[in-house]
Design a protein around this ligand. Structure first.
Ligand SMILES: [Zn+2]
Length: 222
């Protein structure tokens, strides 16, 4: 029992041995705190992640939410096993993902859109939250082609609430085919203020989301 207690005491110190001192990068009224505990993380990828932040985050803020957080944390964390995740302006990245996918820099573009969205505890559909984040990646991404990332082509069996790239493509289609270039702005704003309802689709486009999807599958060109 004593041994276990000692190990628990030592654990925080041993993990700190590998942690680099956080860096604070300031530019254009924004502050990025960069943390990394992966000793072998590529300095090239690191710089690309930072550059992507300062390039795309201001564009997303400008289009969607000027009141977005100005202090953001990037945390390259070996303890995190997904691709990336965001909460409270704190983005965690899995270093292993970027070892295997060094061009996938627009993970940043998707994740920082979640900071702009800032839906908090609002009751919003998760599929639309993720669809809008991938819509932002499609719209503002800087390295999607090199990463082999694109919107998912339409295939039978999909639905608008499949989230991510499937929903993002449907958003792009609806904006174009219904001549509503601010559709995503309106949905995003309502989701942030807690005023989103499924009826919004009809109020904006004249069609329910199900009617729009029925049209989409007949002619899914974008
Ligand atoms: Zn996401």
């Amino acid at each position: 029992m004593k041994k276990h207690a000692l190990l628990l005491l030592l654990l925080p110190f041993t993990s700190q041995l590998f942690a680099q001192t956080p860096e604070l990068i300031k530019k254009d009224g924004l502050m990025l705190e960069y943390r990394c505990n992966a000793a072998d993380f590529s300095p090239v990828v690191k710089q690309k992640l930072i550059d992507a932040f300062f390039k795309v985050y201001p564009l997303e803020i400008k289009r969607f939410n000027p009141a977005s957080a100005t202090y953001v944390i990037f945390d390259v964390d070996t303890a995190y096993k997904g691709v990336a995740a965001t909460g409270n302006a704190h983005v965690r990245y899995n270093p292993e993902w970027f070892k295997k996918h060094p061009e996938d820099i627009d993970v940043v573009t998707h994740e920082v859109m979640h900071i702009v969205q800032n839906y908090g505890g609002k009751h919003v559909p998760g599929w639309l939250t993720e669809g809008i984040a991938d819509y932002a990646r499609y719209t503002f991404g800087i390295n999607n082609e090199a990463a082999g990332w694109k919107l998912t082509d339409y295939k039978a069996g999909q639905n608008y609430n499949n989230a991510y790239r499937i929903t993002a493509r449907f958003l792009v289609w609806t904006e174009k085919h219904k001549q509503q270039p601010t559709l995503v702005n309106q949905l995003d704003k309502a989701m942030r203020s807690g005023e989103y309802t499924p009826e919004m689709w009809k109020q904006i486009t004249g069609k329910t989301v199900d009617e729009l999807w029925a049209e989409y599958i007949l002619d899914p060109t974008i």
